[in-house]
Design a binder for this molecule. Structure first.
Ligand SMILES: Nc1ncnc2c1ncn2[C@@H]1O[C@H](COP(=O)(O)OP(=O)(O)OP(=O)(O)O)[C@@H](O)[C@H]1O
Ligand SMILES: [Mg+2]
Length: 489
């Protein structure tokens, strides 16, 4: 992948500082260039401390002694080195492919990228055939009064390095802002989710195994799970669980909805997925959540019939698989997918090293439905336990979301009734010549009656039908017999 570990020639040199503005060139003596089979202008990968690398072209430096390489401070920074006469770097001659596009983002820009900055960026690359590598930081003069701006190369196509030529498209985004996709911690935690205790425990363990105990697994040569697919009927808490587990494990949370990826501008599908993974890698440890995964992870051509036959969804899905596979075992990013259509999900995403665990989030049973109803009513209304128990017995196949909705409707009906009662009372007082009631004079804590709950239940109708329940139960049975993973959904 990085182009430095193949069995091709490499050369080690002592790194020397040179003061100039050229962030793309390193200098070798004329003899060294010839002896290494290079020529002025050849591109090379340079490896500094640990795995830090960059790509430059070589030029002949009149003042450069044999066995030395000269580079400016920007290149030294990319290699994480400081030239002190004893630092060595290794170079690997590599031909840089022509880039179709690169993505850069300002690191030190004052807020938003303006036209002037974009123009300077364009000028920086113009007619220079500069090689760039993902991760490179470079400086661009931003004009009078603004000084220099540092940019970072976020992505290259092809990756991980390329030559920026006249038709390479340079995408410049605003400064990286994690808040765009990050859900702030502290929003939802496990206490907000009624019941589902075993699901909560299992999910938390899986996230912790990767985030906290990865090394322990790797000691035994077994990577911890990369991710999990939460599946089950709509409205049963999958999205809530994903948000809450990040909070429980004190890690950041990135969320992307499958349908949103599809509505993004054509041509940027792959880049959007890459961007999400890049942000997650940068913010690790974190949870990366793909909600409503079925919108993009339908069985593809060849493995099923529901895909969009090589269209945007397939491209996005393939990119997700590529990114998952390229994550490397140590990156503590845990991926959660959620779907209420496990029957159409492409089994490729359930393979080892991807979403290789499955957790069923079922419809609530009698007991849990009562707890959810009580917790939803708790806010500002009272209701008799007996009334709730009667109601719950008639809500088999209802999801948590359905129950919350019923409560909300019942609350509205109760409020309506109270307002009507007060208005009538007011009218009666006016007729009898009494002073109108003061605002809030007769505001008792409203009590939801069984009648209101029943009325709300009728309006809400039956959302989850028997057929749906069968889909999940059949899928779960298949999982337990180990056949869904092998593509026989
Ligand atoms: N166990 C639960 N405890 C408390 N509230 C719940 C529970 N299950 C569902 N709810 C309620 O249902 C709403 C919807 O839940 P959520 O969005 O997590 O469902 P989902 O499984 O992701 O559904 P979908 O498949 O449609 O995306 C929540 O906002 C919450 O009000
Ligand atoms: Mg959801």
């Amino acid at each position: 992948m990085d182009g430095t570990n193949e069995k091709q020639p490499s050369y080690e040199f002592i790194a020397d500082n040179v003061i100039n503005n050229d962030n793309s060139a390193v200098y070798l003596s004329k003899q060294t260039i010839e002896g290494s089979g290079l020529s002025p202008g050849s591109t090379v990968i340079i490896k500094g401390i640990k795995s830090h690398q960059t790509m430059c072209y070589v030029l002949a430096g009149d003042s450069c002694p044999d066995g030395h390489i000269q580079m400016n401070g920007v290149i030294q920074n990319n290699l994480h080195i400081c030239c002190n006469g004893a630092t060595t770097v290794t170079i690997y001659p590599r031909i840089a492919p022509r880039g179709t596009c690169i993505y850069v983002s300002p690191v030190t820009a004052p807020g938003v990228v303006n036209i002037l900055i974009k123009a300077n960026l364009q000028q920086y690359f113009e007619n220079r055939r500069r090689p760039v590598r993902i991760g490179d930081v470079f400086t661009v003069g931003a004009g009078a009064g603004v000084g220099h701006i540092e940019f970072q190369v976020i992505e290259t196509e092809p990756r991980p390095y390329c030559l920026v030529v006249h038709d390479t498209v340079i995408h410049c985004s605003n400064p990286i802002n994690h808040d765009e996709v990050e859900v702030s911690l502290g929003e939802i935690d496990y206490d907000d989710i009624c019941g589902l205790e075993s699901v909560k425990r299992e999910l938390k363990e899986l996230v912790e195994y990767r985030i906290k105990f990865s090394e322990k697994f790797l000691k035994f040569d077994t990577p911890p799970s990369r991710g999990v697919l939460l599946y089950g009927p709509p409205g049963c808490g999958k999205t809530l669980l994903a948000k809450a587990v990040a909070n429980e494990c004190h890690v950041k949370f990135f969320s992307i909805k499958g349908p949103e990826l599809l509505t993004m501008q054509s041509g940027t599908f792959g880049a959007n997925v890459r961007d999400a993974f890049r942000k997650a890698r940068q913010a690790a440890p974190c949870v990366l959540f793909f909600d409503e995964l079925d919108a993009i992870a339908k069985a593809r051509s060849g493995s099923g019939s529901a895909s969009d036959g090589g269209g945007p969804a397939d491209r996005i899905f393939n990119q997700i698989l590529t990114e998952m596979d390229g994550m490397g075992s140590m990156k503590n990013v845990f991926i959660i997918g959620a779907t209420n259509r496990p029957d159409i999900i492409d089994p490729d995403i359930l393979r080892s090293g991807r979403l290789d665990e499955l957790i069923y989030v079922p419809l609530p049973n009698d007991q849990l439905r009562l707890v959810i109803l009580k917790s939803a009513i708790r806010q500002s209304f009272t209701a008799k336990d007996d009334d709730l128990a009667v109601l719950v017995s008639g809500t088999k196949d209802y999801s948590g979301a359905n129950l919350v909705e019923i409560c909300q409707r019942a609350c509205k009906l109760t409020i309506k009734k109270l307002i009507r009662k007060e208005t009538n009372l007011d009218e009666e007082r006016q007729h009898s010549g009494e002073a109108p009631m003061e605002l809030g004079e007769s505001d008792p804590v409203p009590e939801i009656s069984l009648d209101h709950l029943k009325e709300a239940l009728e309006i809400a109708g039956r959302f989850v039908n028997k057929t749906n329940r069968d889909i999940y139960e059949n899928f779960e049975t298949l999982q337990q017999s180990g056949s869904a993973n092998s593509g026989r959904i």
